[in-house]
Design a binder for this molecule. Structure first.
Ligand code: ZN
Length: 207
């Protein structure tokens, strides 16, 4: 199982971090050991003083495939959920300035928080998804899949040219604007909007 992540996939988020809007997807990976599931607490790591949340729609891949063609791409999505791409922003800035890979700032233990999943049929269309994050009860991020620079279809076609998609792989599809710091004691809750109202898919306590 691998965790593929897309960076800068919402123009407003690229702008808030002073990054250019990319002409092709920005791709990085997290190791399987980064996964944090079942509502387990996240322990604030010692190597950062500026840990940020990034709330993202997460795709669970349901079958194996390489060089996936656009007309078949959406068939690879088994389930959709929400995740948090925890990022040590201070460390990432340092690595970016040196032109180094981001893994230390993005792939550490617990950095891929994963909530519950839903079947695509239980949700509005892929380009009509709405989600948000509450930090200590206050809404801090609010995203719409229609604002993604690269759609689920684009992402699956693109990444499968380089990495064979395998059943169980996860794709974190990028964060909307509104990323920000967390501190010890914070509680994060992420919701997706369904036809019958908001549904909490993820909860994470920072310890
Ligand atoms: Zn991210």
């Amino acid at each position: 199982m691998k965790i593929i992540c897309i960076g800068r996939n919402y123009a407003a988020h690229a702008k808030e971090l002073n990054n250019p809007v990319p002409s092709r997807p920005v791709v990085f990976m997290k190791p399987a050991s980064a996964l944090l599931v079942n509502g387990k607490p996240f322990y604030y790591p010692e190597f950062t003083k500026d840990l940020h949340f990034e709330t993202e729609l997460v795709l669970k891949i349901g079958k194996n495939g390489r060089h996936v063609q656009p007309e078949f791409a959406l068939d690879y999505i088994q389930e959709i959920g929400l995740g948090i791409d925890f990022t040590a922003r201070d460390l990432q800035s340092e690595l970016k300035a040196k032109g180094h890979p981001w893994e230390l700032a993005k792939g550490f233990d617990g950095s891929a928080v994963l909530g519950n999943f839903m079947k695509p049929a239980e949700l509005p269309g892929f380009s009509n998804l709405e989600f948000y994050l509450e930090k200590n009860g206050e809404r801090v991020q609010h995203g719409f899949s229609k604002d993604m620079l690269f759609s689920f279809q684009d992402i699956i076609c693109f990444v499968s040219q380089y990495f064979k998609l395998q059943m169980g792989d996860l794709i974190y599809t990028g964060t909307p604007a509104g990323v920000g710091p967390v501190t010890i004691g914070d509680q994060l809750r992420a919701f997706i909007v369904t036809a019958s109202g908001s549904k909490e898919l993820l909860r994470c306590d920072v310890k």
